[in-house]
Ligand binder design. Structure first.
Ligand code: FAD
Ligand code: NA7
Length: 455
């Protein structure tokens, strides 16, 4: 009987999985029956921008965490699909740091090329996944959000691609309950213009804090105070942005910090990260981890240790994104097609332990980058995922880290990179990022006199 494979989520990971199977099918492989469940009405995961926050039209938690004016924070050359280049999609070179809409178009372009939408059941949320030991299969309970009808289907394998940047981690500080302004998590941040003229407290010292502080200032906010728990980001911030130690409490609209200083504040944005959350997975299949480079219980970062017929994609803290998702999806596919044999349980554990021991000793961003590049290379060598220059991506990552340290406002304007897939050199962008207020694809591509998007 044909195997049935459930893929949960049609974001970059779920789409990578569908694409991987299609590539094998086009080369003559007999592929399983694939059913991809996606709770939203559109694909692309986080890249599918939504204005909604809180609950969606069906009362489901809104998945989207991306906001308007979001530009890629790392060079696009670091996430280029090895089998679908930016040149192929856009017809010519582009600058290295595209806005969200451009990357969304690119992701969808590859999915359309292989027509993978025929496998996706949109508006369908997975409510429960459990393993039936007697029948040796999975029972997957789903709900159609438009009708509320639910049913349970049987699958041989389950692939989880539901992301981990959607369920916010929301700390509370004394005085929040009496603060007269708005308090929100970055998950609910949508448009920096909302904070025009306002004095903002941003909490956190990672990607979201950096980007949201800059966004708000770029679009006309008042002064921004970034409060950090462990370490400041220490960038050479533009005028009007400063970093201070952790908030102790709010007294009305006055923020008090550990160094004894105070600031008047109109709005608080908590850029305090996300939780890995899989409420639909039975306890014995549920990944529990914080945001790290090599989560526990996943062999090769993919196969659930106690039941490798459950596979998780993209669950790592991410330097690499789309290429890592592809490499994982290719390996999951090859396991399901019988092309890749898993080692014994003991051997898998030994391999996992070795990676995690190395991870625990990492002491710098450069070491993190090398670690994840090695993880990626470890996966790529096991499948026929097309070769691309991983060592070039390592060095691009390290250069990029330097560029941000030099100038966090202009690093996108001053540097371009070479594609590890085609060797194409990126173009300079026509407008400096700080002055580029219109982030539409039309403006981004059109004014570069490059080439229009493919159909
Ligand atoms: P997601 O994109 O989160 O997609 C998961 C999908 O699963 C969604 O479509 C969701 O609706 C669906 N789903 C969830 N639960 C269920 C369920 N129970 N049933 C059915 N469907 C379900 N990466 C970069 O490479 N460059 C960037 O510049 C960048 N910027 C980012 C900025 C922000 C603010 C955030 C939050 C992330 C950013 N990322 C960036 C990282 C991002 O996580 C990845 O690029 C990518 O979107 C991860 O893909 P995914 O498929 O794992 O998850
Ligand atoms: P991250 O990278 O997980 O960072 C979360 C930040 O929030 C980090 O600086 C944490 O401080 C801080 N944090 C977490 N909890 C608290 C509390 N309780 N108090 C104060 N500060 C806290 O999340 P991001 O949203 O920045 O990035 C996630 C993805 O989104 C990323 O991959 C980008 O692509 C976009 P710490 O340093 O641990 O002390």
């Amino acid at each position: 009987m044909t195997q049935r494979v459930a893929i949960i989520g049609a974001g970059p990971c779920g789409l990578a999985q569908l694409h991987a199977f299609e590539e094998a099918r086009k080369q003559g492989a007999e592929t399983p029956e694939l059913v991809c469940f996606e709770k939203q009405e559109n694909w692309g995961g986080l890249w599918n921008y939504t204005w909604r926050t809180g609950l969606d039209a069906h009362g489901e938690p809104v998945h989207g965490s991306m906001y308007r004016y979001l530009w890629s924070n790392a060079p696009k050359e670091l996430l280029e699909f090895a089998d679908y280049s930016f040149d192929e999609h856009f017809g010519g070179p582009l600058p290295s740091f595209p806005p969200r809409e451009v990357l969304f178009d690119y992701i969808i372009g590859r999915a359309r090329k292989n027509q993978v939408e025929r496998f996706i059941k949109f508006g369908t949320v997975v409510r429960w996944v459990e393993y039936d030991n007697t029948r040796q299969c999975f029972q997957v309970t789903i709900e159609a959000l438009d009708t509320g009808a639910s049913r349970t289907e049987t699958f041989d394998r389950v692939i989880v691609g539901t992301g981990h940047f959607s369920i916010p981690n929301v700390p509370e500080f004394p005085g929040f309950e009496r603060f007269p302004g708005r308090i929100l998590h970055s998950h609910d941040f949508r448009d920096a213009r909302e904070f025009c003229g306002k004095r903002i407290l941003v909490m956190g010292s990672s990607y979201s804090a950096e980007d949201i502080a800059l966004q708000c200032r770029k679009y006309g906010s008042g002064p921004i105070t970034i409060t950090y728990r462990t370490q400041p980001m220490n960038f050479d911030w533009p005028e009007g942005i400063e970093e201070v130690p952790l908030l102790t409490h709010m007294d009305g609209s006055t923020a008090h910090f550990r160094d004894g200083s105070t600031r008047g504040i109109d709005a608080i944005i908590l850029c305090t990260g996300y939780q890995h959350s899989f409420p639909f997975m039975a306890e014995d299949l549920k990944l529990t981890t914080h945001n790290r480079l090599y989560p526990d219980n996943l062999y090769k970062g993919v196969f659930w240790m106690d039941n490798p017929d459950v596979m998780y994609l993209g669950m790592q803290d991410q330097y690499y994104t789309f290429t890592l998702f592809d490499a994982e999806a290719w390996l999951a596919r090859d396991y399901i097609l019988g092309r890749y044999q898993l080692p014994t349980r003991a051997e898998r554990q030994e391999d996992l332990d070795a990676w995690r021991t190395r991870e625990e000793a990492l002491g710098s961003a450069f070491e993190d980058i090398d670690f994840q590049a090695d993880h990626l290379a470890d996966l790529v060598r096991l499948t026929d995922y097309p070769a691309f220059d991983i060592d070039l991506t390592r060095s691009i990552f390290k250069e990029w880290e330097h560029h941000k340290d030099e100038d966090v406002v202009t690093y996108r304007d001053r540097h371009g990179f070479t594609s590890p897939v085609t060797g194409t050199q990126s173009l300079p962008h026509h407008t400096g990022w700080w002055h580029a207020l219109d982030d539409s694809m039309e403006t981004y591509i059109g004014n570069n006199e490059s080439h229009s998007q493919s159909a």
